[in-house]
Design a protein around this ligand. Structure first.
Ligand code: GDP
Length: 364
C-alpha cells in the first residue's frame, strides 16, 4: 500500500516525510527502509501486536507496513507538463491514496508560493491540476462509451453517468464528491481518476495552535469543511512537533505526548487513519518464531486471508482456528483460551475480523 504526500511547496511535506522516515528508523523493532530518497516504509502502530510479543517473546516482530512517497513539486500548471508536472502526476497515479498537506501555520519567514495563507485556494490549486488531468482521461472513456452505444443501447446509462462526472469536474470539484450508487462507484473506479483516490487532508498547524487546541484555528475549520464536502478524511498535525518527536526515544515520546494530553503522536494517527481510509484491517499470527500482522481488505474471507501468507494456504484451506484478541488477553494463554472454548473453528465462508489471531489448517 502506497500513499503519496502532495501539497504546494513550503507547506511542510518534507518535514512530515522526514518525521515519518525518522520514526521508522528510530524504532529498532520495526523493519524500515528508504527504498528511494522519496519513498519510506513505516510500521502501522498496533498495540495488540506489542502485547502478543510480550506474551510469546518471539525472535521476530513483523508489523503491517505502509509506504509513503514524498511527491514534491506539484505546482500550478503541472497538468500541462510545466516543471516536472507529468512525473508528479504519474507518481500520484501509482499511489493507493493521497495525503494532501495544507499549510495552516503562519510564519512570515517561510515564503508561501502564493503569497498568503489560504487553505481553500491552496487545496483548489492542487486539486485543479488533478482535475485537469482527470478530464483528459475521462474524455477518452466518454468517447469510447459513446461508440459503444451505437452497438448496444445498454451503454447509455454508463455514458450519462460519465457525463455527470465530467460536469462535476467542470465545476472544479473532485470526482470523489460525485454522489454514487454502489454500481456507479464501481464504474467510476474502473476509470483511474486521480481525484477519485481516497484522500486525507493533513492540516499543518502551528506549534501553538496544536498545543492550544486546534478548534480555535480558523484555517483548520476551512480544511475540515472542504474535506467533509467531498467524503475525504482530515487530520490536524504539526509537522514541526512530529519532527521533534521522531527524534525521541520511546519513554521521552510518551512523556512529551502525555504533557500535551495526547495518547499517540499525530504521525501514528495519520498512519492509522490512512490504513482505515483504505478499508484495511489486520489479522495476526502469533507464536514462535514470529508475531506478525497481515494486511487484508475489510470483508476478506478466511481462505483469501490465508492466501496472504502463502498461495498453498489458500488452495489447500481446510479451516481457520480463530481467537479474538481480547479473549486471548482475558485468558492469558492460548491453552486457557482453548479450554474455555474461545478458540473457534471457522470455515471457508468466515469473514475475517480486525485483530483476529489465527492459525490456518490446510492440505498440502
Ligand atoms: P515542503 O516544501 O512542503 O516540503 O515544505 P518543508 O517541509 O520543506 O517546510 C518548509 C518550511 O516550513 C521549513 O522551513 C519547515 O521548517 C517549515 N515548517 C514545516 N512545518 C511547519 C510547522 O508545522 N510549523 C512551522 N512553524 N514551520 C513549519
Amino acid at each position: 500500500m502506497k500513499l503519496g504526500i502532495v501539497g504546494l511547496p513550503n507547506v511542510g511535506k518534507s518535514t512530515l516525510f522526514n518525521a515519518i522516515t525518522n520514526a521508522g528508523a528510530q524504532s529498532a523493532n520495526y523493519p524500515f527502509c528508504t527504498i528511494e530518497p522519496n519513498v519510506g516504509v513505516v510500521a502501522v502502530p498496533d498495540k495488540r501486536l506489542d502485547k502478543l510479543a510480550e506474551m510469546y517473546n518471539p525472535e521476530k516482530y513483523t508489523p503491517a507496513t505502509i509506504e509513503f512517497m514524498d511527491i514534491a513539486g506539484l505546482v500550478r500548471g503541472a497538468s500541462k507538463g510545466e516543471g516536472l508536472g507529468n512525473k508528479f502526476l504519474a507518481n500520484i497515479r501509482e499511489s493507493d491514496a493521497i495525503v494532501h498537506v495544507v499549510r495552516c501555520f503562519v510564519n512570515d519567514d517561510i515564503i508561501h508560493v502564493e503569497g498568503s495563507i489560504d487553505p481553500k485556494r491552496d487545496i483548489e490549486t492542487i486539486n485543479l491540476e488533478l482535475i485537469l488531468s482527470d478530464m483528459e482521461v475521462l474524455d477518452r472513456r466518454i468517447d469510447k462509451t459513446q461508440k459503444m452505444i451505437k452497438a448496444d443501447k445498454k451503454y447509455q446509462a454508463e455514458y450519462d453517468f460519465f457525463v455527470r462526472v465530467r460536469e462535476t469536474l467542470d465545476a472544479g470539484k473532485s470526482a470523489r464528491s460525485v454522489e454514487c450508487t454502489d454500481e456507479e462507484a464501481e464504474l467510476l473506479s474502473s476509470v483511474s481518476l486521480l481525484t477519485n483516490k481516497p484522500v486525507i487532508y493533513a492540516a499543518n498547524v502551528s506549534e501553538d495552535d496544536f498545543k492550544g487546541g486546534i478548534e480555535n484555528n480558523p484555517y483548520f475549520k476551512i480544511v475540515k469543511e472542504i474535506a467533509d464536502s467531498e467524503h475525504a478524511g482530515v487530520l490536524p498535525i504539526c509537522a514541526e512537533i512530529e519532527a521533534e518527536i521522531s527524534n525521541m526515544d520511546k519513554d521521552e515520546k510518551e512523556l512529551f505526548l502525555s504533557d500535551m494530553g495526547l495518547q499517540e503522536s499525530g504521525l501514528d494517527r495519520l498512519i492509522n487513519e490512512c490504513y482505515s481510509l483504505l478499508g484495511l484491517i489486520s489479522y495476526l499470527t502469533a507464536g514462535q518464531p514470529e508475531v506478525r500482522a497481515w494486511t487484508i481488505k475489510k470483508g476478506t474471507k478466511a481462505p483469501q486471508a490465508a492466501g496472504k501468507i502463502h498461495t498453498d494456504f489458500e488452495r489447500g484451506f481446510i479451516r481457520a482456528e480463530v481467537v479474538a484478541f481480547d479473549d486471548l488477553m482475558a485468558c492469558g494463554t492460548m491453552a486457557a483460551a482453548k479450554e474455555k472454548g474461545l478458540v473457534r473453528s471457522e470455515g471457508k465462508e468466515y469473514v475475517m475480523k480486525d485483530g483476529d489471531i489465527v492459525l490456518f489448517r490446510f492440505n498440502v
